[in-house]
Ligand binder design. Sequence first.
Ligand SMILES: Cc1cc2nc3c(=O)[nH]c(=O)nc-3n(C[C@H](O)[C@H](O)[C@H](O)COP(=O)(O)OP(=O)(O)OC[C@H]3O[C@@H](n4cnc5c(N)ncnc54)[C@H](O)[C@@H]3O)c2cc1C
Length: 316
Amino acid sequence: MTTTWVFSEESDGHAPASALELLTKARTFGDAAVFHIGAGSGEAFAELGEHGAAQIFHLSIDDHLPAAAAAAALASLLDEHGGEIVLFGMGNTDRDVAGRLSARIGRPVLANAVEISIDGSVSVTSEILGGVEAVVTETTGPAPALVIVRPKAFPAEPSGGATPPVSEVSMPDVGRSGSAVIVESHVEASEGPDLEAASIVVSGGRGVGSQDKWSVIEDLASQLGAAVGATRAVIDAGWVPARLQVGQTGKTIKPDVYIAAGVSGAMQHLVGMKDSGTIIAINKDPDAPIFSVADLGIIGDLHQVVPKVTEALQAR
Ligand SMILES: Cc1cc2nc3c(=O)[nH]c(=O)nc-3n(C[C@H](O)[C@H](O)[C@H](O)COP(=O)(O)OP(=O)(O)OC[C@H]3O[C@@H](n4cnc5c(N)ncnc54)[C@H](O)[C@@H]3O)c2cc1C
């Protein structure tokens, strides 16, 4: 019997980072099977195998809206093969499929997980109150447990495995729920390193002052080869696009170095970056909560401090 299932939605011919992270954890429980939706590229299958997938079940979704069919197909696979736990990432499709699967098989979903253990029953640690408190929930009742895991809860580590056997899954009939198709999709253009993958991130908060002063953040990021991040206050003000938001309702990141300029350090922001390697905060308020997680703090006006750092880097 398969112990663990991992949900995976192909992105640009690759396995998503979430599936590779979840597989790294899943393989510690025993055999890990992947339910993979999308085009089904050889590269994606190889990446899944390299991270410990013992078997892949592939549903080619074509241009259909994926969640209804994916949930129905996954429910049938669980019925046929069993499974103790099904792991999902925090992506839109992941959460949509988890909810639909929950309704189909009558099992609850445990969300926001940062740790999982299986010892007779499945126990899940979740962060609440913006990461300030941890709650451990032990599942009772019949398997499987459905768990949505926070990004970067487990670092993706290759196990060196080969591409596992791939079984094609036929498209289930889900009636009218399956009739919606995607007619157009749009990939937002972006420059510079990817926020979630960058080893250095420079984030700006409302303390930057206005959109026309935002270049102070971009200039430093560009000198460091860093990605740019932002607080929700900055997103809400319309200074930068929403994909740059770090925090509870934005991205969870763990760069080696996180520089926060003009960021107060609200708990909803901290939950997205507090596990970064070295945190450097620049804020004119010595009591700003960001200093409670900072390894290095500079109390001062960011418009004086940051350009000096940028200039010093330029001069090197
Ligand atoms: C449900 C929910 C979800 C949320 N999700 C998120 C999330 O995902 N991410 C997120 O970031 N927030 C989130 N928030 C919002 C969060 O609570 C804060 O409001 C937000 O993070 C504050 O952003 P900020 O630090 O940029 O602004 P502020 O709190 O206004 O802080 C600005 C800081 O800049 C400093 N400053 C001002 N001028 C200067 C200067 N010249 N030089 C140096 N320092 C200066 C000030 O001292 C202050 O500390 C969420 C809130 C809710 C309710």
